[in-house]
Design a protein around this ligand. Structure first.
Ligand code: P6P
Length: 343
């Protein structure tokens, strides 16, 4: 008798909690789990196969696509297409939405927004990377699903999560009833429940930000970084700086240990770098469900209007007390104040 619960068993058992417990969302999560196992197999062989390095193409973001970016994108789209529950995929790797024709004429109700392989520039140096996914129900009642079905607020997500391909491969997701983590057991090829009911520490001592961009940060962010570095035993400062350059890996560590991740705007990038639809919204859903907080420095990420497919947003996400502290510095400094230096 095995004493573990697989992702499939968990989904079926929890299905009653899903707002639309007819099995479609369960099957959709199963499809994502299948693609994750296939991508994991290739990520783990990177270096042994001709699958490292750039594909020689660029995506709409103007970013060089890694071979594994393209491969992961193809695998998730294929799994969603064959699963039959998804009618549109919005991917970081594709300029436009992808209509799943077989589903559009059918009765597929779900939209999936995905970053198939986030942080993939780290693949060649064996740093953990991740997949981030966000699931909506289509809003339009009939006819082919359309862009307006995709451009929904984060609060409208019915499920969201990520896969981290690291020292072990984990799938972490929420359907709005808490957060659960599953670790892939390669010996049986199943994701098994390893982190039930994940809760983010209310505070922490880790701050994650690319300090190489310090001179370009808003004044409030500069002042918060200096606050993190001040010696103060009562508040366990100075904090520890940890930044991997792979958002899923940084967020996963902070979810377990406590901490704050910040990718702010700059004068040159007024909306920051990270994408709202398939990076910040799904991760904000997970982090909030685990008891954390996610804003753009002032406004709740999940409440932000989504007007464009590849819309970017500044993001402050992590332990609730740390994010609130950072927001105080942002409010006191005023919006979009880019003082040249802060000692
Ligand atoms: P920078 C990876 O490209 C990514 O989208 C996130 O995973 C990561 O947190 C961030 O960008 C790193 O960006 O500008 O610090 O290299």
């Amino acid at each position: 008798m095995n004493n573990f619960m697989t992702l499939g068993q968990f989904i079926i058992e929890k299905q009653a909690e899903f707002p639309y417990a007819k099995g479609e969302l369960s099957r959709l999560l199963r499809d994502i789990g299948i693609a994750a196992k296939i991508v994991n197999r290739e990520v783990n062989k990177a270096g042994l196969m001709d699958i490292l390095g750039s594909s020689g193409t660029t995506n709409i973001q103007g970013e060089h696509q890694q071979k594994l970016d393209v491969y992961a994108n193809e695998q998730f789209i294929a799994a969603l297409r064959s699963g039959g529950e998804c009618c549109i995929v919005a991917s970081e790797e594709n300029d436009e939405i992808i209509r799943i024709e077989s589903a559009v004429s059918g009765n597929a109700k779900y939209i999936v927004a995905i970053d198939p392989l986030d942080g993939s520039s780290n693949i060649d140096v064996n740093v953990p990377v991740g997949t981030i996914f966000s699931i909506f129900r289509r809003k339009s009642a009939e006819g082919p699903a359309r862009l307006s079905d995709v451009l929904q607020r984060g609060t409208d997500q019915v499920a969201a999560g990520y896969i981290i391909y690291g020292s072990s491969t984990m799938l972490v997701y929420t359907t709005g009833c808490g957060v659960n983590g599953f670790t892939l057991d390669p010996s049986i090829g199943e994701f098994c429940l390893s982190h039930p009911g994940m809760k983010m520490p209310e505070s922490g001592v880790i701050y994650s930000i690319n300090e190489g961009n310090y001179i370009h940060f808003p004044l409030g962010v500069k002042q918060y970084i200096k606050y993190c570095q001040v010696e103060d035993a009562a508040t366990k400062r100075p904090y520890t700086s940890r930044y991997i350059g792979s958002m899923v890996a940084d967020l996963h560590r902070n979810l377990i240990k406590g901490g704050i991740f910040i990718y702010p705007n700059t004068a040159a990038a007024p909306n920051g770098k990270l994408r709202l639809l398939y990076e910040c919204n799904p991760l904000a859903f997970v982090i909030e469900q685990a008891g954390g907080r996610a804003t753009d420095g002032a406004n709740r990420i999940l409440d932000l209007e989504v007007n464009e497919l590849h819309q970017r947003t500044p993001v402050f996400i992590g332990s609730a007390l740390m994010v609130s502290e950072a927001e105080k510095f942002m409010a006191a400094a005023g919006e979009n104040v880019f003082a040249q230096s802060v000692i």
